[in-house]
Each structure stands twice: as C-alpha cells, then as structure tokens.
Design a protein around this ligand. Structure first.
Ligand code: CA
Length: 265
C-alpha cells in the first residue's frame, strides 16, 4: 500500500461509536453542560460551563461548537492534506489548536457583552484520526477507560481538591465531600493563560472511554461507575444508569456522560 503510513496503521484503526446522555440533575433548573458526539469526525466532547445567569450555558456551548467547527474545517494530516495551522497537523495539534481558538472566541464574546464577564467552561475531548487518538482536557471534566473489567481514570482534575489529594492532605472520599470540591484551577475563560493538557491514547478492541462532567464523578465513586459499566447492555442504557446513579445520590449538579466504544476495523 502506498502513502505516508505503514499498513499496520490500517490494521489497528479503530471505529468509534458512542451513546450520550445529559440531565440537569435534581437541584438545578438549567443545564450548563454541553457535549458533542461526532462519530463522522471522530470527535467527542463534554464541557461544563460556569457563570451567572445563562453565561455558563453560553460558555460550554460556544466552546463545544467552536471545537467541532474547527475540527470539521481543518483536514487531518492523516488524510494527506496540509495542516491548516502550522505544526505537524496531528490529532493532538488539531485538538489543542481548536481549544485555543475556542478560548479566543470566548474572550471576544466577553469583550462584547459585560453580562458575560466571568463565564468559563471546563472541557474534556477525544479526537481520533487514522490510528492517532488524542485526549485533551481543561478543568475537572474527566475521561475514564474501561478495559477488560477494570476502570482507569485517564485525566487528572485541574482542581483545588485534586491538588490536596496529591499532596496527601485529603483522601479521594474527603475530596468528594469537600465544600470546595467544585473549585477548578484551570478553565477555558478567555484568558491569555489557557493551559490544555493533551495526551496520546492507545485503544484496543472493546475498550470503552467515558467522558463525564463532575456532576457524575463528584457524587458517584469510581467503584459505582465500574459497577454500571460491568453490566453487559447497550451503551445508551449504561448512560441512563450512570445518570440515574448521580440523581439517586441527590443529583446536586448537571450531569453529562458520553460513552465511546472502540471497534477494530
Ligand atoms: Ca458541574
């Protein structure tokens, strides 16, 4: 086979399918979470907005839409096209550049409208292109991997409690109950100091990746997330079960889950 990639890339190429569910929870009327599932682009995102009035909703929606638009408009290097924005044009470059663009757009919207001052959003995103899979996140929206009966948290929260856990001053259970559990140390806020954490991901046939907002992970422990994933059933039913568990635990926050499954082609 001719081209820029060895044949093995095509052997191990993954087709990703997904199911998703979002819910306002039991104590909030508005849902400030946004998500996108573009199987055609290999792009999946969960974003959790914050800000007064409708600003959080605007922030998360704007970032999701801009990342989706950017990825759709910039052909991947793997497709044999020139990368649009310098760099090597890898999935990681594209996803990082998309989030930087979304941050710029957020800054522009805030500059236009004083009522939107202070709006911000977290984001966790997965982009797959021709055997190259990238995870990017800012804030405390998470990605987990389910493989062969084991749940692994792939992202580490950019949050105050996570820093305390790492320093050994809080346990994971204490962190979930802490009054400052929602305080993030990084967010997409239109600022000039945006730091996106990007990593490459290797997927195997049958792996499942869960992207979620903190409305799930704050009230549903990893053990209970694993219990829901262990049951063999359609992905949309697993998403329903995860949301049910968050609501049964009080549903204090908006909850969004995107469950992606890897199929070898
Ligand atoms: Ca939240």
């Amino acid at each position: 086979m001719r081209g820029r990639h060895p044949v093995s890339v095509f052997w191990f190429q993954m087709r990703l399918t997904c199911a998703a569910r979002t819910d306002p929870g039991r104590r909030r009327e508005a849902n400030e979470d946004s998500f996108c599932t573009r199987e055609d682009l290999g792009l999946f995102i969960v974003a959790d907005g914050m800000g007064g009035h409708v600003a959080g909703e605007i922030a998360s929606r704007l970032v999701v839409q801009e990342v989706e638009r950017f990825v759709a408009a910039t052909p991947s290097a793997a497709a044999g096209h020139a990368p649009a924005l310098g760099g090597k044009g890898s999935a990681g470059d594209r996803l990082g550049a998309a989030l930087v663009e979304a941050n710029r757009l957020l800054a522009a919207r805030i500059a236009e409208d004083a009522a939107l001052q202070g709006m911000a959003t977290t984001a966790v995103a997965l982009l797959s292109e021709a055997g190259d899979i990238t995870l990017a996140h800012v804030g405390d929206s998470r990605a987990y991997r389910w493989r062969a009966g084991h749940l692994t948290q792939l992202t580490s929260d950019h949050s105050w409690v996570e820093e305390e856990v790492r320093a050994g001053r809080l346990t994971a259970a204490e962190a979930r109950r802490h009054p400052w559990k929602h305080v993030v140390t990084r967010a997409i806020s239109g600022g000039t100091d945006l730091e996106v954490e990007v990593s490459a991901l290797a997927l195997e046939q049958g792996d499942r990746i869960l992207l979620c907002s903190d409305g799930l992970s704050t009230v549903v422990a990893d053990r209970a997330i694993a219990e829901a994933l262990r049951v063999d059933r359609p992905s949309h039913e697993t998403c329903d079960e995860l949301v049910r568990r968050a609501n049964n635990a009080g549903g204090p926050d908006n909850v969004t889950v995107v469950l992606i499954e890897a199929h070898a082609e």
